[in-house]
Structures are given as structure tokens and as C-alpha cells.
Ligand binder design. Sequence first.
Ligand code: MRU
Length: 345
Amino acid sequence: MRTVWWEAGTVRLLDQTRLPDEVVVRTCHAWEEVAQAIRELAVRGAPAIGAAAAYALALAAGEERGETLAFLRRAAEGLAATRPTAVNLRWALERMVAAAERAEGEPRSLAAALLREAEAIADEDVRANRAIAEFGAATIAPGERILTYCNTGSLATVEIGTAYGILRRAHEQGKGIEVFACETRPVLQGARLTAWELQRDGIPGTIITDNAAGSLMAQGAVDRVLVGADRVARNGDVANKIGTYTLAVLARAHEVPFVVAAPLSTLDRRAAGGAEIPLEERDPQEVAAIGGRRLVPAGVRVRNIAFDVTPHHLVSAIVTDAGVATPPLERSLAELAAASRARRG
Ligand code: MRU
């Protein structure tokens, strides 16, 4: 299943705000429409928004607005501002602007060059996810009961997912895994999206409330926690969906391995540690109301903190597309990134 793609001069994406009730493809004709889709979480998940933003700049390159490079830089800034935490967004936009700078002076080939770069970013994500799935599945024992959070599947990436891709591969390998997926308040990516993917893929899965995770671990019912990431700092601190940190603390208290899966495009080499990662805060309405019905009395202050940071000392391993990083994570991640750069030349 492809989540975001280019078709007939437009960007198409599976509208995740409509799932699981309806499978609707949204068509974007201008970069601003893609930016709006990212803001609304119609497309979400770190790698998916990186690819969507790349295609949005390819769209922008095809528009006749003069001063193309300056226009593209403004569009890139507008797209980058939609969501601050997932580094894949900025990473993809920087690649696109660099491609535009290389193609400057040949306006007719600029749009084609940007589309090629966007397709390359999307294709690399597909390859990275497949590598993560292989590396990660190799570490899963038969019959493992794995607790996951948010949605890290096809919907969050271009094709098969990161943490979810590992679950899928382990299931395909006949390992007989069982999955617990937390609902993931307030937007319910687990209850709506991961549940939908588990059902489609025939993977045995159970949805639990976010606050049931500790009790399950205390009963010895969880063998591993496996989550994705929106940004990994150089020292291995991991920014991910709000509530991930709570799971990591619980996992440590119950001696359950806490494993993160992310492509190297999620590693932010400019951030030394988690304190340097901007954490998105979203519209309080997402917390105050469910399905259009207000739960919290009007006038009561509500905060909608969308991400948190799990410090590296709580992380057992990070499965990347170049291999599995183990503590000390800073050194291990740097070695994997260097090996990957060397392979690419
Ligand atoms: O707010 P979202 O739904 O975009 O948050 C997504 C997550 O936190 C995922 O865990 C993360 O992007 C990794 S997805 C492969």
C-alpha cells in the first residue's frame, strides 16, 4: 500500500483523517494544499510527511510564479513550519532545495529535476523500511508479545512502515507474534490506524487504552515495547508521540526491552540531545473534544502536547536501515551512519 504518490501532475495521499471508516484519496494541486493536509494529519508519520513535502515542492516547481528559486525557498519554509518535531520533513525539504539550486538556470528542467528528487526520497524510504523490517524481525523470538504505540505502519511512511514493518515481517516469517496497540490519545492513531493495518494484514492484535500498558507489563504479558521515532538526537534520545516516554519508564521498571525503529533520515546530527528537539503542541480542541463532542467544560485550560523525548538510557536498541544500534547509542549510531554514507559514496 502506497500512502503518498505523484499522479498526473498532482500529489495524491490517503486521507488518514477519514480512516478507518472510509478509504479516500485526497488530490493536491498546489503545495499549500499539501501543507494543509500535513497540518490536519491527513498525512502524518515522520517519513510520510517528508515524502509528501518533497512532492509538494515538485508541485510548486511546476507553478509559474517567476523567481522560481526564491518561490521554492518560501514554499519550503511554509511546509517546514507545518510540523516542527519530525526531522524527516526538514531533511526532505533541504534535499529538495539543494536539488533546485543544482538545476537553477535551466528553468524548463527544474520541475523535472525536483520530481526526480521527490521520487528518489520516496523510493529510498521504501528501501529503508524494508531494511529495517529485515534487521528488526531477525531480533524477534517466536511467540513474542509486542506492545506498540501510535501508528508506524504503511500510513506513517511511504510503503511498509518502521516499527510496524518489523511486526509485519516477523508475522510473514511465521513467528506467531501477538501485538498490543495502544489507542494513542488524543488523535487515536493506534485505535484507528494501527488497528486498521493489523486487521488488513491479518496480524493478531489487541487494542488497549494507553493507561493499560503498565498493568499488562506487571502481569508479564509484554515481551518487548517497539515504537517509531520522529527525531533521534546524536546521543540516542528519541522524540516520538506523547506517551512514548511513559512506556519507556514502565518498560524499564518491568525489565522489558524498549526498542525504537527509525530510518537514518530520522537521525538529526545537528541535535546533540533531546533538549534541542522542538516538541509540537497542537490545538487543545483535539484533547477537549472527541468526535465533535466536547468533553472538557468550556473555559477549562487544556494543553495538547503532541510529542515527548525518551532519554537514551531508557532505549535498549534502535533498529535503523543500516543495522541495529545498541548502547552506547551515540557511538553505535555514528558508526552506522558513517557506514551508510560510505556505501553511498
Ligand atoms: O502526530 P503523528 O501521528 O504524525 O506522530 C507519528 C509518530 O509519532 C510516529 O511514531 C513516528 O512518526 C514514527 S512513524 C514511522
